[in-house]
Design a protein around this ligand. Structure first.
Ligand SMILES: Nc1nc2c(ncn2[C@@H]2O[C@H](COP(=O)(O)OP(=O)(O)OP(=O)(O)O)[C@@H](O)[C@H]2O)c(=O)[nH]1
Ligand SMILES: [Mg+2]
Length: 323
């Protein structure tokens, strides 16, 4: 893509037209941190905000990808176009293989109404958040109605990424036992819908009871929305239609007077804005700290107490603010 404004406009028009080639190309530009990506995203952004972003978060191996694969099939039957963003997929989609930058789910590989993209956890916190935001914005601009965002729900990165979702599904498996106590704060905060996947295993009832108890203790009903708990067996599609209904109910609740949806939309923009600023600051900090020898020399001076991190931090910040 040339930097000529007319060429950028033409490229942007192709993305808005839903061209898979142009969309994939834009994502590569984002990945490679090409400066032109910023200009493209800036032009696309006004056309975004139509897609419904659904986060699918859960522990490794809880069945997120299998469930996502099933959800795609359900939404396709409703005639919706579906984008999938898998952040750090440590295991491939069911029966799929990673082909270039596209994970192909068996049944959806040749469906033009489905676009699947994986993102590796490689950069810093802001970097991953920002790439995810950018890819979701491109899919949104391409006209995908639903965007499924699969993230492993363990680290801070993922909690950040979930802020992008309009509805966030937390996938749990039976037999969590006492673990649920450890994760309760985190999951209660982010879940709009619980999927108890692998419900073909023992212990699903117990897990559901545990969550209900936690919800009661936290008095979630007071917020106007009590996250429904749906049992699923992703491998056989059992309960997936009910999960789709629970997600739709959460979307419908956004119209209610007591919904926090307007506040969430603002929080979503705050998250995107702050990710951009943080990511650029981190980049510029790295530049300001200089090349490896310069950095090392500074660290040696710190070790020798010839200077202090307080003074050096101020010096770097002053430089950034002036520059
Ligand atoms: N018994 C049973 N197995 C399931 C179910 N759902 C998924 N699995 C299996 O669990 C394993 C992990 O499934 P994935 O969909 O890859 O899980 P994931 O959460 O995406 O895993 P990561 O991306 O590695 O975190 C696979 O072998 C699935 O076939 C289920 O409902 N019941
Ligand atoms: Mg997965």
């Amino acid at each position: 893509v040339s930097t000529d404004p007319a060429a950028i406009d033409a490229f942007v028009a192709r993305i808005l037209d839903g061209s898979v080639r142009a969309g994939a190309r834009a994502m590569r530009l984002v990945d490679d941190r090409e400066p032109i990506a910023g200009a493209i995203l800036d032009r696309l952004y006004r056309h975004t905000g139509r897609a419904r972003v659904i986060g699918i978060t859960g522990n490794p191996g809880s069945g997120k990808s299998t469930l996502t694969d099933r959800l795609v099939a359900h939404y396709r039957r409703q005639g919706k176009r579906v984008g999938v963003v898998a952040v750090d997929p440590s295991s491939p989609f069911t029966g799929g293989a990673i082909l270039g930058d596209r994970i192909r789910m068996n049944q959806h590989a040749t469906d033009p109404g489905v676009f699947i993209r994986s993102l590796a956890t490689r950069g810093n916190l802001g970097g991953l958040s920002r790439s995810t935001n950018d890819v979701v914005a491109i899919l949104d601009a391409m006209g995908f109605d639903v965007i499924l965002l699969e993230t492993v729900g363990v680290g801070q990165d993922e909690v950040e990424i979930v802020k992008l979702a309009h509805t966030s599904v937390v996938v749990l498996v039976p037999g969590l036992g006492d673990d649920i106590q450890a994760i309760k704060a985190g999951i209660l905060e982010i879940a709009d819908v619980f999927a108890i996947n692998k419900a073909d295993r023992d212990g699903a009832d117990r897990t559901i009871r545990d969550i209900r108890n936690l919800q009661m203790l936290a008095d979630v009903a007071a917020s106007g929305w009590t996250p429904p708990i749906v049992r699923t067996v992703a491998t056989t599609d059992e309960g997936v239609a009910e999960l789709v209904d629970a997600i739709a109910a959460h979307e419908a609740h956004a119209q209610d007077a007591d919904s926090d949806a307007p506040e969430r939309l603002r929080r979503r923009e705050a998250h995107i804005l702050e990710s951009l600023i943080r990511d650029r600051l981190v980049e510029r900090m790295a530049e300001a700290l200089g090349d490896a020898p310069t950095r090392r020399a500074l660290l040696e001076r710190l070790v020798a107490r010839e200077t202090t991190p307080y003074a050096e931090a101020q010096r770097v910040l002053d430089g950034l603010l002036r520059g």
